[in-house]
Design a protein around this ligand. Sequence first.
Ligand SMILES: [Zn+2]
Length: 168
Amino acid sequence: MTAFCSNRTVTVIIDKAFSGIKAMNTMQINVSQLLKEGIGSVRDYEISGTIDTTDSGGSSPIRGEVRLMRTSRSILVKGKLYVTIDATCSRCLKTFDCPLTLDIEEEFFPVLDASSGTPLPLPDEPSSFSIDEHQVLDLSEAARQYAILAIPMKPLCRNDCPGMQLNS
Ligand SMILES: [Zn+2]
């Protein structure tokens, strides 16, 4: 994908198509229009919402900026997301707010052709993300997976955490 993005023609299209950032109070973006546009067309979004990294109904606030680019077979999402999760300090066992920065780069594949409505075959990659039949691209699951990977193995509430205090 690096070769695709550094392609000179594509860069020119990005500059022309750039029309400001759209702010969304959701992780779900309707991409029906973008899917009908030419390869290299882009949209920029400011998104915010919540994700659950605990599998127990927890919700962590997340926000950030993403750029969506139409490719020949998909929509490529690139951007930076900021999420704050509840972590447990590995030394003192207190819970604390742990901010994480997620560098997202992920392809989303439409299940239906945007113009004709006919079903499209999904790619072989088993972990690929799809755009649903209403042409809605949902970033929640991708963001959740990135966040889980970004959680430190041994979180510390602060670098010099003294650990458990065993006084009376
Ligand atoms: Zn601590």
